[in-house]
Each structure stands twice: as C-alpha cells, then as structure tokens.
Design a protein around this ligand. Structure first.
Ligand code: PLP
Length: 406
C-alpha cells in the first residue's frame, strides 16, 4: 500500500473542482473525511467529528465496524459475484431473513434505493397491465430517487426541471391527506406509493389513521399500497419498518401490511445493496426476463446485509436506537425556542429539527465546525441520523455541540 505523504484537504477539494461533476451542493469548506470509527470520523487534518449524518442514513452500524470488515474479507476470499444466472446461498438466506421480518412474499435484489423503487413500480405496472392500469399516486414533497422514472415519481418539481419530458404515469397529492388520495384514484390507478416517514422532504411521519386508512382504501379499490422504506426502514426508527413504529406510538392494535416495500440505505450499512419485498399478490409478477440487474444481490453484498441483521439482533440495537432517539428528541425539545432550534420530530435514528431564522445549510456548516455532522432536508430541516449503536454519551455530546451553536 502506498503510504506516501497524506493529501491535504485543499488539494482534494481542488481535484474535485477539476475532475468531479459538481452535481452535489457541497459547501467549499465541507470536511475531507479520511477515517472513521463508530460514530466518529476524522478529516485530513485530524479534526474529529461526531457523525450524525451516517452517510445519509446508510451507516447503521457506524464506521469501520470490525465484524463488517471481517465479513467483507472472508466473503471476498470465497466468492464476490456470480451473476443471477446461478444460485448462491447468501442471497437465499437474506431473502428469507427479510421475508421473516416483513411478511409472506418474495424479494428482488438490486443496488440502490432508486433501483428498488423502479422494480417496485415495474411490478405494479406489470400487475395492472392486463386491466390497462398503470398510474401510481405519490405524494407532494416525496423523494424516490434520481433515475428518470423516480424523478417522475417524486412529488417535487425541482427534481424534474431541465430533464423533461417526464415519464408519464404519476399523480401527486398532499401527504397525510387520505381524502386527496381517494379523489385521485381513477380507472388507470394501479397503486399508491408513500414513504412511511418523508425523509428528504423533512422528517414528516405518516399519521397512524393515514396508514390504516390507506390500507383499507387501497384494498377496497383493488389497487396496491407500496412503500418506499429506503430511508425510514431497516430498524432506523427502532422497529424494522417505520409503520410498526408509528402504530406502536399510537398504541394501535390494527394489523398493517403494505403490498410491497423498497429498501436500500441501512440494508448494506455502506456496502451498496437495494431490495424490494413483494407481498403475496405481487411476488410472482416479475416473471423470467421481465426484470434484472447484473449486480443484484451479489454474494458479498448479501453476506454484509446478513451480518448487519445478526449484529442488530445480538446487540439489541433496534431497542438502543429507539431509546437513544427519544433521548436526543427530549434534549433537542428542551432547546426548542432557543437560537435556531424549532420543532423536533421523528423517531430513533431519524430525528428532524426545523431551523428558524437562518438557512438550514448555514447551521449545518456551523455544526460541522463545532464537530457535529448532520444532514439538511426539505427547505428548513436538519436531520440527525445517528447510527444504531450510538451511545448515551455521544447523544449528550451531540446536544452540547448543538447548544454551542445557539
Ligand atoms: C435515498 C432515498 C432514495 C434513493 O436511494 P438511492 O440509493 O440514492 O438511489 C429513494 N427513496 C428514499 C425515501 C430515499 O431516502
């Protein structure tokens, strides 16, 4: 390994300016990160940060988890990738693990959140094709990814600007508004797609009546209810799926199961993998030759995802992130009304705070200077997306850093 003179932050930034497409809003002074351990990361000059961005809700076990490093090495020594023309045990095992955690159905593997949503929308369109149904109702302020299909699906005009004509077949209605969906359902409608908690839109959880109402409405109308759980799923809220957390919170005893669920982000903890669970009604619609991706569910990606599930279970991390999220929320709520801190909402490792009197991007920069990384969302929200193994001490440190910027 070349261990020559370490590169400086300014050199890296200059190289980005010259050679990397500038499609991300990256502040000029954004840290150049070179190393991580747990919830901590360090930049090229050795400054330490508490990472409550988690690579945008991806690094569910923090950085450099020894068991993930180990499973990557041992799986790479055996088998990395074989194509989906063959079988391998890890994909079978992971599919089973996901079905066991959600409900009866089958899983299709891919590589990212947008791809998981593409597969999910293709599945409902295929299912509706014999009846001429193809339209998917989505919600305003939603985010479903950046492919041509998913910028059309997302309820945000700015994602489509300059990329038209947009793919047809999507209709947008306000979020948490059951009557709006009922009104929008027509003879072409095949599905309703929502996030259990709008993430990029600014940490806006679905109301329990919205979820249960949608389940009943879509069932009555004979259309599918499909959920984008790319960000809010995989124990981020303290439960495997955000709807379980939302039903718990409302002490609801209603049973709730959507017809499909897309996953990515925390599923691979930083190693790229996406998946879509298709419930019994949709499990067999993607017949041979109708959908594929070369890398989908490689042995390496599946081995990592399986190890993550084992670690979360063995170390009781779902309970941990649920409890730590409550501590963070209560700490932030105490600061609410002071300085820039506005409303606090969300669950577990998905907590949002509205920013008052300043731009959220400015405050995110200020927090980074104070040694705390968070992620802006919507027009005025900061997201705190702690890893599931975050400690009580780290929550207290994060709160201190927030207080230092008031
Ligand atoms: C991040 C995200 C996506 C897109 O995932 P990619 O892996 O970036 O393609 C889709 N939906 C939601 C809710 C997301 O948060």
């Amino acid at each position: 390994m070349n261990k020559g003179k370490a590169i400086s932050s300014s050199e890296v930034r200059a190289q980005y300016a010259q050679h990397v497409v500038a499609s991300y809003k990256r502040p000029d002074i954004a840290p150049v990160l070179v190393k991580g351990k747990g919830t901590k990361v360090w930049d090229a000059e050795g400054k330490e940060y508490l990472d409550f961005g988690s690579g945008i809700a991806v690094n569910c076990l923090g950085h450099a988890h020894p068991r993930l490093a180990e499973v990557m090495k041992s799986q790479a020594d055996e088998l990395v990738h074989v194509s989906n023309l063959f079988f391998h045990p890890k994909q079978a095992e992971l599919a089973k693990a996901l079905v066991e955690r959600i409900g009866p159905g089958k899983v299709f593997f891919c590589n990212s959140g947008a791809e998981a949503n593409e597969a999910m929308v293709k599945a409902v369109r295929k299912a509706g094709s014999s009846q001429g149904r193809y339209e998917v109702i989505t919600t305003l302020n939603s985010f479903h990814g950046r492919t041509m299909g998913m910028i059309a699906a997302s309820g945000q005009e700015r994602l489509r600007e300059g990329f038209g004509p947009a793919m047809p077949g999507f209709v947008y209605v306000p979020y948490n508004d059951l009557a709006a969906i009922e009104k929008a359902i027509g003879s072409k409608t095949v599905a309703v797609m929502i996030e259990g908690i709008q993430g990029e839109g600014g940490i806006i959880p679905a109301k329990v009546e919205y979820l249960t109402g949608l389940r009943k409405l879509t069932r009555d109308k004979g259309i599918y209810l499909i959920m984008d759980s790319v960000q809010c799923g995989h124990y981020r809220t303290g439960r495997f799926q955000s709807y379980e957390r939302i039903l718990d919170e409302a002490k609801s005893k209603e049973s709730f199961l959507p017809d499909a669920i897309s996953m990515a982000k925390s599923l691979g903890g930083g190693f790229p993998i996406g998946a879509v669970w298709l419930g019994e009604k949709l499990a067999d619609v993607l017949t041979p030759g109708t959908h594929a991706t070369t890398y989908g569910g490689t042995a390496l990606a599946c081995a990592v995802a399986l190890e993550i599930l084992k670690i979360i279970e063995e170390e009781k991390l779902a309970g941990n992130i649920g409890a730590m999220g409550e501590e963070l929320k209560s700490g932030l709520t105490k600061l609410s009304g002071r300085g820039w801190v506005g409303e606090v909402r969300g669950f577990g490792g998905m907590v949002g705070v509205t920013v008052k009197g300043n731009s959220h991007a400015e405050i995110a920069e200020k927090l980074a200077q104070a040694g705390l990384l968070v992620v802006p969302a919507g027009s005025d929200v900061l997201r705190f997306l702690a890893p599931y193994n975050v400690s009580r001490k780290e929550i207290a440190e994060a709160l201190q850093k927030v207080e230092s910027t008031l």
